[in-house]
Design a protein around this ligand. Sequence first.
Ligand code: KIV
Length: 266
Amino acid sequence: MPTQPLRITVPAFRDMKQSGTKISVLTAYDYPTARLLDQAGIEAVLVGDSMSMVIQGHHTTLPVTLDEMIYHAEMVGRAVQQALVIVDMPFPTTHLGCHQAIAAAGRILKETGCQAVKLEGGAAQAEVIAALSAAGIPVMAHVGLRPQHVHQMGGYHVQRDQQQLLADARAAEQAGAFSIVLECIPATIAAEITRTLTIPTIGIGAGSDCDGQVLVLHDLLGLTSGYVPRFVRPYADLKNLIHSAVTQFRDDVRQGTFPGADETFR
Ligand code: KIV
């Protein structure tokens, strides 16, 4: 009988910090992509609200709805067999009180088969993190640059308030978060937070001393149109690859060389 691959659970993910194993996290929003990430051995797949920008074409992460997050997370949850799957709580589901936050996160876990949620915030969200954790809903916190606050911040800027960042990270851990994303902060502050906390820090634009790294997959694959942040390493150039494949197809159709004999039934 074929054996079921072992799932990376929330405690196993948390324990990776103690064992010193660096953690890789990438975003996915659909079944085939999530399957590829899982087969490649990525430890966690994040159904990020970045979907609002990279999939839906909005200018910020604010428009994506809870129903849309659930629709996509359900595909990802079905595809992934080994990685931990974490789903972003969309704006403003974490700002409507603990009851509403539990209702939203509860829907995510019940309807998608995913294992954890991520929410933006540290100290200001401690009560919500504690309430979700008490309800058995594992929470990844997210401090530093919080894209859902883009209008308040006046853009996407590096966050440098060391005291606030440390306070936010500590508050998230004390409230019960099992891990924390550090976005766009100086590497020295990220290193200090990583030393201070017992839960894994997952950096994005936060230097190499974090316990793990996360990127938006479309940025890494060269699929993003428009601005790509400086902290992204482009591992592939799929935009050009797709462009040349599609123009080749168009040319073949125009010239009548597709379909050929091998692609035709007799
Ligand atoms: O929405 C997202 O993809 C994220 C990552 C960039 C951390 O929050």
